[in-house]
Structure formats: C-alpha cells, structure tokens
Design a protein around this ligand. Sequence first.
Ligand SMILES: C[S@@+](CC[C@H](N)C(=O)[O-])C[C@H]1O[C@@H](n2cnc3c(N)ncnc32)[C@H](O)[C@@H]1O
Length: 294
Amino acid sequence: MTSSMNDEPWTILKLILWSAEYLRGKGVDSGRLDAEHLLAHVVGVGRLQLYLDFERPLDRTELDGFRPLLRRRAAREPLQYILGRQPFRTLNLEVGPAVLIPRPETELLVGEILSWVESSGRSAPTALEVGAGSGAICLSLADEGYFTHITAIEVSEAALEVAGRNRESAGGSGIVDLRLGSLFDPVDEGDRFDVVVSNPPYVAEVDEASLAPEVRDWEPGTALFAGPDGLDVIRCLVDEAPRYLKEGGLLALEVGADQPRTVAGLMRDTGRYSDIRIVRDHANRERFVLAHGV
Ligand SMILES: C[S@@+](CC[C@H](N)C(=O)[O-])C[C@H]1O[C@@H](n2cnc3c(N)ncnc32)[C@H](O)[C@@H]1O
C-alpha cells in the first residue's frame, strides 16, 4: 500500500475505492463512507465536495496526511476519535478516547427533557446530570432549554477536561457547573433539582466480548461497564435520585435495550416515583425510563 500510494497518481475516486476495500477487509462495514470522511478531513472540504472533484490527483502532502488516518481506522479506532468531533443536536462536540462518543439515541433523551420542561411551566428550572462525559446532555440542555443552572458530575478527570473545553466552545459557562466526583457526592447539601438526568454506564461485564471492537477496545470502560448485570450505577441512581429532586421533578435515564422494564421495576419498588414510563428510540427499542419524584 505504502509504495503504490507513493508511486502511482492517486485521484480522489481511486483512493476512496481502494481505501473502502481496504477498510472492508479489516471488518469496517462503513468502509467507503469512512474513507470519504477521512479524505474530506485531510483535504479540508465537506465530504460531498469530493464528489465534484473525483478525478483530481492528490498531492504528496494530502496522501501523507491521509495514510496514518486510514491505518488508525483499519485498527478499528472509531471515526469520531480520528476526526476529533461528533455533532450532537445543536452542538459540534470535541471527542477523544477519554469520553464516550455521544449517540444519536441520547439526542432523544434531551428532547424528552426539553419537552417536559416546556410543558411543566416550571420557572427558572435547574438540572443535575450524573456522568457528563463529553458534556453532550448538559450542554445541549443549556443551549436549547430554559435552564438557569445545571450541575454536571463526572467521575473521570480526563472526561471532565473534555467537557470543560466543550463548555467553552458551546458558550455554556454561565449555566453549566462541571464537578469531579462520583454519583451524587459533589452535590451541595440541600440542593434540589427540577430534572435529574443520566446516561450511565450500563453494559454487563459478561457482555464485553460481544461489543464491537470500536467500543470494546477504544471507548472508556468507566463509561461502559457497571457490574455483573450492568445495573450497578443505575441502582444507585434510582435509590438516591429522589433526595435530589424537587417535588414532581423528573428523573430521566437512558438504559440498555434489555433493561427498561427492570429499571421501571426498581423505581416502582422504591415507592418514591410516580408516572413511571418507558420511551422508545428511533429504532423502536425501549431505551429510556422517565419518572417523577413524589
Ligand atoms: C455512557 S457515558 C455518558 C456520557 C454522556 N453523558 C453522553 O450521554 O454521551 C457515562 C459517563 O458516566 C461516567 N461515570 C461512570 N461512573 C460514574 C460515577 N459513579 N459517577 C459519575 N460519573 C460516572 C463515565 O465516566 C462516563 O463519562
């Protein structure tokens, strides 16, 4: 590959086709799309712009810039880590190996919260997020909602640094208070919130081998795994959240596709929630559990 890339005149189309095949051979199903994203990144244009320039020969600098990125993707590093960004609702977030790549499903969770806040008519609402990661949820709520204050807790110092940079670029500094610590530990005594939200780690440790290499080998374990059945963090959230909710406040959780009914049951067992409901994602899978503190 190296010598042919150095010696042959590579046009944009030829390189895309070759790279797509190479990536597919490494088990990357989205080989062509990923090759296009990587090349567009190196050339400094939008992906579709490449289509207008298919026959243009690439110069040495472009090829030298592209080759290591292609190798990284072939090693199953997620495209988003290589590009360093992931769009999420209105934001374009920095991402890297310290943070989970925000998923499209989580955009729906934010939408559910925004709808509830709007319809609830609560004045100057506040929110608490446990497990901020890149800041996708808390920064979206700050960007799109009526929230006057959001406390976001994260146990990983490296993740919190990424969230801090995203907060700077999203302009959420005045609203989002990022705090290092576990679960509810960093919450100030007596603080109560209109919304408590979390997309916690929920993968069972026994399921590690079944994850895609992009997830298993690259995304942070603290963002993924939560004990033998994946419910360790969720159990703590369900047990403790009522203490941090204002009356009638909303607890909104994203959980694994096989967990919503179990989590709803855990909520019911506490006797401290009302109106427990399960919401489906784009793929019609049950993914979110929402409830109100009583
Ligand atoms: C699934 S990721 C979600 C990240 C982000 N909120 C999102 O939706 O993209 C879970 C996050 O929770 C953090 N986390 C795990 N255990 C935690 C704990 N006990 N207290 C606070 N954060 C925790 C992880 O470091 C990770 O950033």
